[in-house]
Design a protein around this ligand. Sequence first.
Ligand code: DGT
Ligand code: CA
Ligand code: ZN
Length: 582
Amino acid sequence: MSAQGEHLSNSDLAKIFHTIADLLEIKGENIYKVLAYRRAADSLANLGGDAYEVWQAGELNQIPGVGKAIAEKLDELFRTGRLGFYEKVKTEVPVSLVDLLQVPDVGPKKAALFWGKAGVTSLPELEAAAREGKLRGLPGIGEKSEAKILAGIEALKRRSTRTPLGVAWPAAQELAAWLRNLPGVKAAEVAGSLRRMRSTVGDIDLVAAAADPKPVMEAFAHHSKVGQVLASGEAKTSVELKNTLRVQLWVHPPEQWGTVLQYATGSKEHSVHLRELAQDKKLSLSDHSIIQPDGQEVFYSEEAEVYAAIGLPWIPPEMREDRGEIQAALAGKLPRLIERGDLIAELHSHSTWSDGHSSIQAMAEAARERSLKVIAITDHSVSLGVARGLKIEDLQRQRVEIDAVQAKLGDSIRILQGTESEILADGSLDYPDEILAKLDVVIASLHSSLRQPRAVITERLLRAMRNPHVDIVGHPTGRLLPDREGADLDMDSVLKAAAETGIALEINAFPERLDLDDIYARRAAEMGIPLSINTDAHQPDHLDLVQFGVGVARRAWITPDQVINAWPTKRLLDWLKHRTKG
Ligand code: DGT
Ligand code: CA
Ligand code: ZN
């Protein structure tokens, strides 16, 4: 193979364009130019396919946000690996200034000020200048803001990465419940990227409704989990919890609830687009109201009323990323997104037969309690020694136990015997075909040698997918949040193979996985590939993690018909049977 794997990735490109936008903004460039780079960066980051291939096909102009000027720059980057314009901007504005923008309350204007008037070009220099009292006295900077900048830098140092959804979610729900119990609080909800179910979040955003916001913000600032208050204003308080998670709380009167919840949910890109639509109707949408053409300010107590005022149906939070949802809403074509209640089957779970913590019966009863009709026990296969994978004889003994539990529990829950088979380094599976043929469900997963080169690991996965006994590819990329990247798979080939073989791809709901992610899940669904939302439960309460997988699916615009776990029992069982027989 040629230097195929060497080209710039979508995220490399997004990073370059984001940096250009930040540098131009610090430089004081025209804001529209800045926004154009930012939009291109976001579009590249969210692109399902490889921008490099789009370039090869001569179709760069089909990427949203990529106009002629950006397309020329992409072309230069792909051809030469560098970008003259970027080099030039970097000679004008030190690139390390971009880091300053991560400090709360430091925007491009202040970064430019610190650079121009105090000679600061990097975060360590900003810290030193603040410690030496060199910032106070600059226009608009007093002792207080200097101290705040220092506190912000400290907070930044403690925060390494974004927080996984599965960590932030329970913490946020607990805080929201606590707020609901405060006197005077009429409602409290989780907002921001958490409400949109992003797989990782920068912080927790909360909204509360209370006629008198002040005492609520006071009480919140003194919550036992709060480590320090980063900022507090009229209607918003930002704190850092003792565990370093940051939380923003908006408090507004109940009659403004709809507008505030909409604003705080974002995304920013979605809301910017909404504001443009509002402007077309001569309406001015702010964080807490809409101002009509005659100057009258109108409040909305329900989110749906805000959308209605702009001429739209209510849009589910998970879709609010400005990825076409507003156009779909305008056209009356919002999909009926999948919900947890649509799912009747869990097809990926573990028991004490391998590395699970509970018996088959306990898992089946837990599934039944959650109104599921089918659970597949898919313990690990023999070669995953760390997870006590099952030998062929073990599989035969396990079948006897499953039959016994099935007899005991009766028709209320159907227990399937499956396996989560290792995909070995050469792409073969762990059991011979005649054994796989006897199992009700076969999941094929990559757990080891994930760092094989792209061509090798892609071919390895494709080979497993071509085995007609395989029903589902488990957690396809093998990524672990927040930091372990997935295998370097050629996802275009993987998706193409799935479409050809009719195999299902998993959306693994385990919060560290969320794999497929929303971008690939959406592409898969668009290609007609069946998806399977599973928790990978190792104990009964893991079955509730399914809500995170449903969140990914909703972010991917997925409808019940596209998810095999949501099919009627007979259709699902027929599909599994047909596949197992090849
Ligand atoms: P994150 O925290 O990085 O995971 O992402 P978000 O989406 O939660 O963003 P965050 O925490 O910075 O802000 C929370 C919400 O506040 C965001 O979803 C929308 C709103 N918001 C923040 N900044 C702006 C802005 O400049 N314009 C508009 N329209 N909304 C904003
Ligand atoms: Ca947030
Ligand atoms: Zn598993």
